[in-house]
Structures are given as structure tokens and as C-alpha cells.
Design a protein around this ligand. Structure first.
Ligand code: SF4
Length: 132
């Protein structure tokens, strides 16, 4: 199994608890979240549209909403991607374990999650401590 995921979606998947933009998006999110838990799943990392965006109503001309919003999203992706080698595929289970190790305080996700509209529904964000 192979998945393509943009950087910030590694955090979103960890925090997902069934909310989404519409039914198609949410069903796909459930599917991707199940696939990423399988021990033989390999993940390619990206800072552009991915296997989650492909079912999102906000994706327009392969951009997230608009040029401006897309730029903001890409910056979020790159904050995550700079911690990983994006030239190779990653074992999904190991990759998500590293996410837990690297992003373990609210400060560590300050450039990624602070302005996200899903704050209050995101289990990953809610579990982070305020410790530096
Ligand atoms: S298109 Fe934008 S809002 Fe939709 S899943 Fe992709 S990054 Fe998220």
C-alpha cells in the first residue's frame, strides 16, 4: 500500500476524529487513516495536493482554495517536511511514531496548527502539552 501525504496532514491524521468538510472528504479521511496504520504502508511526502486533498471540496486547480491560502498551507507543510528526508518513501508506522516524538508540545506546532480552524476538534492538538 502506498500513500502520498502532504506534510501538515501527518498531524491532521493523528488528530482526526471524524469531522470534515463534507461526507466525501470525511469518508476518504477515514480510509486514508486506516491505510496509514497498516504495517506495510509506505508514504511519499509532498508539499502539494495529496491523497487527502483529492477528495476535498476546497481543492481548486490543484490549489487549496486560492493562491494566498495555498501558500499558507504549503508553509505549514514545509514546517513538517524539514524534519524528514522527502526524497525517499517512509514506512508509515515509523513515520507517525516520529511525528509523536518531534511534535510533542504546543510550541512545536506553533507555525503549523495555531491558525487552523479545526483546533478544537483535533485530538492531536488537544493532547499536546504547553511545555517547551
Ligand atoms: S485542499 Fe486544502 S483544505 Fe482541502 S485537504 Fe487539501 S490542504 Fe486541506
Amino acid at each position: 500500500m502506498k500513500l502520498i501525504l502532504r506534510g501538515h496532514h501527518l498531524l491532521c491524521l493523528k488528530g482526526f476524529q471524524g469531522y470534515g468538510y463534507d461526507e466525501r472528504f470525511t469518508n476518504n479521511m477515514i480510509d486514508v487513516n486506516e491505510k496509514r496504520r497498516q504495517i506495510d504502508t509506505q508514504i511519499s511526502l509532498t508539499d502539494t495536493h495529496d491523497d487527502i486533498c483529492k477528495s476535498c471540496p476546497n481543492l481548486k486547480n490543484n490549489l487549496c482554495e486560492s493562491e494566498l491560502q495555498n501558500e499558507r498551507i504549503v508553509n505549514m507543510d514545509r514546517e513538517v517536511l524539514k524534519k524528514f528526508d522527502i526524497s525517499k518513501e517512509h514506512n508509515s508506522v515509523e513515520l507517525f511514531e516520529k511525528i509523536d516524538e518531534i511534535f510533542n508540545t504546543k510550541e512545536s506546532v506553533s507555525k503549523i496548527c495555531f491558525e487552523c480552524m479545526w483546533h478544537e476538534k483535533c485530538l492531536f492538538y488537544q493532547k499536546l502539552s504547553n511545555n517547551r
